[in-house]
Design a protein around this ligand. Structure first.
Ligand code: FAD
Length: 305
């Protein structure tokens, strides 16, 4: 049943018509459970509180399926606006973004120019910009772009997904770029040709690449809510004497806040991924797919309208 629901929500997350409808309909249906607001000004009030509680954050202006230059330009301007708000408000915040939101599906030249524009603005404030990893069809191009940018900028990072068969080879390959990597299990619907279909295999591969990247000496953001994986990282820390400056935990806004607080209390660095914006539909459907029980929050949201 869970698998059926998972596929259903992943199918919805990929639906362009529903994405557009949700965007024009507004911030409804329990969207606020996983999204910090429609504007960076709304989100920044919450970020300030999180900073006071000891959390760093990475902020994502939501946007998917952008296929015209004007929308891509507007997304870039929003990123610059967010960076300026971080500076004005003195927030401990970095930026995360999806390349499709700034023109990946339009042209390579456009997305490279847009990334350089954002990276230059972020560099002035010493901020890292992490390129989220989207579905498999865009993985190779995303990694090529990351490699090209990484040879020009120290403040760019990216994400690798443990469910992909290719991920170990990617970790090995990226080692030459002194990479800043966020490691995740992976959130998209992929075929068995390219990704492990079984959760157990994904978890095992996740452990393998965490260890591999830590032992290669690279900064590693372990982005998970899985307590068994977090325990594994703590075990690696002890066994291989990994300094705490070499890694951080990351979790999504609104998910496992108890665990986030526990890690802060134990002295670990924790960064919360804080999404904001009107384009919340695909993001929220992926959160439902990860845990169909979340549908109750959405139903409660609908009832409250
Ligand atoms: P799971 O095995 O899925 O979950 C472990 C436990 O965590 C569950 O039992 C439950 O208690 C809790 N949990 C997990 N998800 C939820 C949820 N939605 N609601 C409530 N509880 C939940 N994926 C990408 O493909 N590309 C990216 O760029 C990307 N960036 C990410 C950035 C961050 C900071 C994080 C935390 C995740 C990101 N992801 C990304 C999503 C990731 O791939 C997983 O889909 C997601 O983290 C769920 O997997 P898990 O590691 O928490 O483990």
């Amino acid at each position: 049943m869970d698998q059926l629901l998972r596929n259903f929500f992943l199918f919805l997350s990929n639906n362009r018509t529903l994405t557009k409808l949700a965007k024009s309909y507004g911030f409804k249906f329990g969207a606020g459970r996983f999204v910090a607001g429609e504007t960076i000004e709304q989100a920044s009030t919450k970020i300030k509180q999180m900073n006071e509680d000891g959390f760093a954050v990475t902020v994502d202006h939501l946007g998917e399926f952008i296929n015209n230059e004007a929308e891509a330009k507007a997304a870039v301007e929003e990123c610059i606006h967010a960076i300026n708000v971080f500076a004005e408000e003195g927030l401990d915040a970095e930026l995360s973004l999806k390349l499709t939101s700034i023109g990946l599906d339009i042209s390579q030249e456009l997305v490279m120019n847009n990334m350089r524009f954002i990276l230059n603005a972020a560099k002035k404030l010493g901020l890292i910009v992490t390129i989220d990893m989207e579905d498999f069809s865009r993985a190779e191009q995303t990694l090529q772009i990351f490699k090209e940018l990484r040879s020009e900028y120290k403040n760019v990072g990216t994400v690798l997904q443990a469910y992909l068969y290719r991920v170990e080879a990617d970790i090995e390959d990226l080692n030459a770029y002194d990479p800043y990597l966020r490691l995740v299990k992976g959130a998209y619907k992929e075929s068995e040709q390219v990704a492990f279909p079984n959760k157990q295999d994904v978890d095992e591969n996740y452990r393998r690449i965490i260890k591999q990247n830590l032992l290669q000496g690279n900064y590693t953001a372990i982005a998970t809510h899985d307590e068994a994986i977090i325990d594994f990282v703590k075990k690696c820390e002890k066994e291989f004497r990994i300094p705490r400056e070499q890694f951080e935990f990351q979790m999504l806004y609104g998910i496992r806040i108890d665990l986030q607080n526990e890690l802060i209390a134990a002295g670990y660095k924790v960064r919360v991924y804080v999404p904001y914006g009107k384009d919340w539909f695909g993001y929220n459907m992926r959160r439902l797919a990860e845990r169909p029980a979340n549908v109750m929050f959405v139903l409660r949201g609908i009832i409250k309208q």
